[in-house]
Design a protein around this ligand. Structure first.
Ligand code: COA
Length: 245
């Protein structure tokens, strides 16, 4: 079992470009390594991930001329293409890509303290990680719009009802439960798991291209004035002023 743990708790497990690179390499190498049969993605009991590092959004955005090489794109592509089961344990906030990455996981166990949000519009950017397609498919257009256009937070019970999580557990039990489920999967025939997962994911054709199209729009918006105002406002802990954009 490959276990990937977000461990930058002082910054709420916000993901930096280096972290995306590490995640992408680990997933790519493990995809080819027969000794790895399952992957587990987990955070801490109080926080899964606050999403992309906000300072990186301003200082270190993906290069629009080399989007395929951007660490965030490499991570999303490696996650979506991972041919073996991925089990996630999510406790506390899962924000932005901290939530959209879960759409690419196969089993998702949430602590009852899990809080999901997709605040892309509120940050002056747009949906990413395949969420503009996968969320409406999963929960219907209008419900997805509440999450993606309004950026309204939702909690473990609603996420279970929406089909984004598989089961709710006490936060202290989620990581151990994910490991136990991963151990069960690791004991099953790897080829049957691989083929079954590939068949199940066949209903999501063109996702790699779609994620690239989302990131292209995202990066363009990121360089605009609304995103600068929104991200600076979050970092300065004040309300943004979008009256001019
Ligand atoms: N990028 C960089 N740093 C982040 C961060 C992010 N996405 N999210 C939180 N942090 C940092 C804060 O700046 C703060 O750092 P400091 O102690 O040096 O001031 C530290 O993590 C603690 O954050 P704080 O907001 O005080 O924690 P909280 O428990 O009150 O709230 C969150 C947790 C996750 C709800 C809140 O931090 C949040 O909403 N973060 C922004 C999420 C976001 O917009 N992500 C981008 C999505 S596209």
């Amino acid at each position: 079992v490959l276990t990937l743990t977000f461990n930058r708790v002082d910054k709420k497990n916000a993901i930096t470009t280096t972290m995306y690179q590490t995640l992408a390499s680990a997933l790519r190498e493990s995809a080819e390594d027969d000794s790895v049969r399952v992957a587990v993605l987990q955070g801490a009991v109080e926080i899964f991930s606050a999403g992309n590092d906000l300072a990186d959004f301003l200082k270190n955005p993906p290069n629009p001329n080399e989007l395929e090489k951007a660490p965030v794109v490499q991570f999303l592509q490696a996650l979506h293409a991972f041919p073996k089961p991925i089990v996630a344990a999510v406790c506390g906030p899962a924000v932005g890509i901290g939530a959209t990455m879960l759409l690419h996981c196969d089993l998702v166990y949430a602590g009852d303290n899990a809080a999901f949000s997709l605040p892309f519009v509120n940050l002056g950017v747009c949906a990413e990680g395949g969420s503009s397609v996968m969320l409406p498919q999963l929960v219907g257009f209008q419900r997805a719009a509440e999450k993606l256009l309004l950026g309204e937070a939702f909690y473990a019970e609603e996420a279970l009802d929406m089909g984004i999580v598989s089961r709710i557990l006490p936060p202290g039990d989620a990581n151990a439960y994910a490991q136990a489920q991963a151990a069960k999967l690791a004991a099953k025939p790897a080829s049957s798991l691989r083929v079954t997962k590939a068949l199940m994911r066949k209903s999501q054709p063109g996702m790699q291209d779609m994620m690239l199209a989302e990131i292209r729009e995202f990066v363009q918006l990121l360089s605009g004035p609304a995103a600068k105002e929104a991200i600076t406002a979050v970092m300065e802990k004040r309300k943004p002023d979008f009256s001019k954009f």
